[in-house]
Design a protein around this ligand. Sequence first.
Ligand SMILES: [Cu+2]
Length: 143
Amino acid sequence: MRGIWLAVCLVLAPAQAFAGAAETIKVQQPWFRYLLPSVPAGGYMVLVNKSDTPTALTKASSPDCSSLMLHKSMNMGGTAMMVPVDSVPVPAHGQAGLVEGGYHLMCMNPKMKLGQPAVITLTFKDGSSLILSVPVYGATHAP
Ligand SMILES: [Cu+2]
């Protein structure tokens, strides 16, 4: 039995050994605000880059969303708007806040449930990725 597990680990090792940005990014306080299946759910967190290398969040995905987009809220002549962005920069020894009113994740057609964490994958500029479990809050609760 032990021999079999060793073989499995060796097969999996190359994929898991790919470190890159995902290894030096710490995610603080991730959460989703979920309202209804028909309303996109906003995803929020702080990405802290502990390394000397600037990076960027370039993609997000989740089995709980038809798509998980990178968005930025902006004020255009007094009107609040959201635009899709290609990436969210995370400076070296700095951080990027995904917050209400700024960069955020937008989960289209959310299939989440209150109190049940959603699983998301964040991919960075170097192709490394991070899988996270994200708590789901409703209209009136936030972490
Ligand atoms: Cu949005």
